[in-house]
Write a protein that binds this ligand. Structure first.
Ligand code: 13P
Length: 250
C-alpha cells in the first residue's frame, strides 16, 4: 500500500556534464521499473541538465533544499517556484548536514515544509540522532522532538504528501549502516509517533532509511515492515551501485 521510494542525494557532487552522464545511465538502467519511485537530487546547478535527461520518464527530480519565500532579497537561496520551473517534483528538507553545518533547526525545517506543502512539490523531511545522542539513550526523544518541531501545525491531509527519511547521523558516510533491526525499531517508533499525533494517515507515510545504504545491505533493509525505501548518498554517485539499489531483491 506504500509505494517504495529509492532516492539518491548527490550532495555537492557532479558538474553538469557528469550529471548528464549519470542521469542517462540511471534512466537506461531503470527503464520499466514500476515497483518503486526513483528520485534523483542533484545539486541546484545540475537540476536543469538532469531535468532534460529525465524528460518523458517517470523518474522524479528533487532539489536538496528550498527557501520558504517565493522570491526576494535572500542571496544564495532558491525558491519553490524556481524548483517547479526547472521540473522538480520533490525537495529534501532538513538534511543532517544542513542541520550540522548550516544552522538548520526544527523551526526552519518547519517553515520550509509548510511552504512546500502549499505547492505541488513533496517534501522529503530528514530526521535522525547523532552518535552522542544514541549513546546517551536519547535517540527516541531526539527524533520525537524533530518530528514535533518539523511537522508542527501540519494537518492529517498534509500527511498524505510528506515523505520522511530517518538518517542516523552516525551512519551517514561512515560505512556503519544501522542494522535492519535497529533501523526498523526507529521506523516503528516514528510511525507510532505519527499515529499518535495524526491517526491512521500515519500508515500512508513513506519512511525512508538513509545512512551508508549500499548494494549489499539494501535487500535486508527493504524487508523490514516499516522501511519504505532509501535515501542514498555515496552509493548513488555511480550508476551501477545505484541501479542495484533500485533493483533491490526481497
Ligand atoms: P551515505 O549513503 O553516503 O551514508 O549518505 C546518506 C545520506 O546522507 C543521504 O541523504
Amino acid at each position: 500500500m506504500r509505494k517504495a521510494v529509492i532516492a539518491g542525494n548527490w550532495k555537492m557532487h557532479k558538474t553538469n556534464g557528469e550529471a548528464r552522464l549519470l542521469a542517462r545511465a540511471i534512466k537506461a538502467g531503470s527503464a520499466g521499473v514500476s515497483h518503486c519511485e526513483v528520485v534523483m537530487a542533484p545539486p541546484f546547478t545540475a537540476l536543469a541538465a538532469v531535468a532534460e535527461e529525465l524528460k518523458g520518464t517517470p523518474l522524479i527530480l528533487a532539489a536538496q533544499n528550498v527557501h520558504w519565500e517565493a522570491k526576494g532579497a535572500f542571496t544564495g537561496e532558491i525558491s519553490i517556484p524556481m524548483l517547479k520551473d526547472v521540473g522538480c517534483g520533490m525537495v529534501v528538507i532538513g538534511h543532517s548536514e544542513r542541520r550540522q553545518y548550516f544552522g538548520e533547526t526544527d523551526a526552519s525545517v518547519n517553515r520550509r515544509v509548510r511552504a512546500v506543502l502549499e505547492s505541488s512539490l513533496k517534501p522529503i523531511i530528514c530526521i535522525g540522532e547523532t552518535l552522542a545522542e544514541r549513546e546517551s539513550g536519547n535517540h527516541h526523544s531526539v527524533v520525537a522532538q524533530q518530528l514535533a518541531g518539523g511537522l508542527d501545525s501540519l494537518t492529517r491531509r498534509d500527511l498524505l504528501r510528506i515523505i520522511l527519511a530517518y538518517e542516523p547521523v552516525w551512519a551517514i558516510g561512515t560505512g556503519r549502516t544501522a542494522s535492519p533491526e535497529t533501523a526498523q525499531e526507529m521506523h516503528g517508533m516514528i510511525r507510532e509517533w505519527l499515529s499518535g499525533r495524526f491517526g491512521e494517515e500515519a500508515q500512508t507515510v513513506r519512511i525512508l532509511y538513509g545512512g551508508s545504504v549500499k548494494p549489499d545491505n539494501i535487500d535486508a533493509l527493504m524487508l523490514q515492515p516499516d522501511i519504505d525505501g532509501a535515501l542514498v548518498g555515496g552509493a548513488c554517485l555511480e550508476a551501477e551501485s545505484f541501479l542495484r539499489i533500485i533493483h533491490y531483491r526481497l
